[in-house]
Write a protein that binds this ligand. Structure first.
Ligand code: HEC
Ligand SMILES: [Cu+2]
Length: 408
């Protein structure tokens, strides 16, 4: 009903609005999105009518009763009729707005009976997705910005989806209710995809939820909507809505990934191969902080070019990137990169070890990363800084596997 009303009003104003459509809200891709869209337009038109009415009357009264036109001033005080009217009319308007608004809000909060539950975690500066329940349960990955650095630096022309493209979109089936449970690992973020009408703050230590049910297939884009630091504008969200069959195929393909990774790990890699692959891993995961020239940003992010950790013992370098750097019991911005495969980690370590002025000529093999991974405790949180941890894990690496966790 509201939809028809707004559509009618929009049609009447079509010529004027044609040029304005790019300033309109995005086309909704869910029933809830349509409700929110209609609610917005309903209230906008209510505001327009009030605005025109009040200002029209005011200007009319000012012009008509101005002194220069010879109008004598009136001398009345208190007029009960007028007071009742200007109390009752706004009251009716507010109730008229509150009814559809409350209905939409209740609908929006109803996350029950979902077909699929995905946990969303905000990180500085990427999104993590874990499929908790429903088809695809167990799938888990990170989604990072895919816009090439050259476009950001201005040395290449900007693409169509500049800063709105990721390496791995969230994939969901069309027409299914998807519940998102949202949290953050470091600071506040917010998961926001306008066309799906889903927007929720991601708060460290809390879990909040929201939901959407996409009605059409396609790619839907959004962004982090809570200022979260230097790369806040560089952690977009892309949702890929697929048909039921295509979604099933995707789930299947994802489930086969570990097999492919194992194959990769058994391959004999040369330094050149690892380094070439590492360049890509670096561009996707490290460049935002350590910069393409490896010089970092003085005062914030250390240079890897010439770094003692990068050019020193392999164990220490592996430990730094595998576990992140802990200071005063807190993980610094140098977070663990445990989510990268052994091959990707070996590649990026080899690349940084053999780039810029780092000319060690030594490769880090996937097997070495695998050994460090399996021999080190899952999470290291302690009072000491990374040096201690690195030393410990170097020791662990030297000890026979299985004894590593023996320290109590
Ligand atoms: C979000 C920013 C950020 C990202 C992304 C990042 N780092 Fe770091 N990195 C840091 C910070 C900050 C430190 C310094 C930590 C400390 O010592 O307090 C650091 C330290 C390091 C060090 C130790 C350098 C030294 O000389 O102490 C290495 C090695 C390193 N990072 C490698 C990597 C690699 C490889 C990647 C990509 C897989 C990566 N980093 C991604 C922020 C980042
Ligand atoms: Cu963010």
């Amino acid at each position: 009903m509201i939809g028809k009303w707004t559509t009618g009003a929009m049609l009447a104003l079509a010529p004027a609005l044609a040029g304005a459509s790019r300033y309109n809200l995005q086309d909704p891709n869910s029933a809830l999105g349509q409700d929110i869209y209609d609610l917005h337009h309903l209230i906008l038109w209510v505001c327009v009518v009030i605005f025109v009415g009040v200002f029209g009357f005011m200007f009319y009264a000012i012009l008509k009763h101005r002194k220069s036109a010879g109008h004598p001033a009136a001398h009345f005080h208190e007029n009960t009729t007028v007071e009742v009217i200007w109390t009752v009319i706004p009251f009716v308007i507010l109730i008229g707005i509150a009814v559809p608004a409350t209905r939409t809000l209740v609908h929006q909060r109803d996350t029950s009976a979902a077909d699929l539950t995905i946990k969303v975690t905000g990180y500085q500066w990427k999104w993590g997705y874990d499929y908790l329940k429903g088809d695809g349960e167990g799938i888990s990955f990170f989604s990072t910005l895919a816009t090439p650095r050259e476009q950001i630096d201005g040395t290449a022309p900007k693409g169509e989806n500049y800063l709105l493209e990721v390496d791995q979109p969230v994939v969901v089936p069309v027409g299914k209710k998807v519940r998102l449970v949202i949290t953050a690992a470091d600071v506040l973020h917010a998961w926001w995809v306008p066309s799906l009408a889903a927007k929720q703050d991601a708060i460290p230590g809390f879990v909040r939820d929201t939901w959407f049910k996409a009605e059409r297939e396609g790619l839907y884009r959004g962004q982090c909507a809570e200022l979260c630091g230097k790369e806040h504008g560089f952690m977009p969200i892309v949702v890929n809505v697929l048909s039921a069959e295509k979604y099933a195929a995707w789930v299947n393909e994802r489930k086969q990934k570990p097999a492919a990774a194992a194959e990769d790990a058994n391959k004999q890699w040369t330094l050149a191969e690892l380094s070439a692959r590492g360049r890509k891993v670096f561009a996707e995961n490290c460049v935002a902080c350590h910069q393409g020239d490896g010089m970092g940003i003085p005062g914030s992010f250390p240079a890897l070019n010439g770094s003692k950790v990068v050019t020193g013992s392999k164990q220490a370098q592996i430990a730094t990137v595998l576990h992140g750097v802990v200071r005063d019991g807190k993980v610094t911005l140098m977070q663990p990169f445990r989510q990268l495969s052994d091959v990707d980690l070996a590649a990026v370590l080899t690349y940084t070890r053999n780039s810029w002025n780092n000319l060690g000529g030594e490769a880090v093999m996937p097997a070495e990363v695998a050994a460090a991974r399996s021999s080190s405790p899952q999470a290291l949180h302690g009072e000491r800084a990374s040096a201690l941890r690195i030393a410990a894990s170097a020791l662990h690496a030297a000890a026979p596997a299985g004894h590593a966790g023996a320290a109590r």
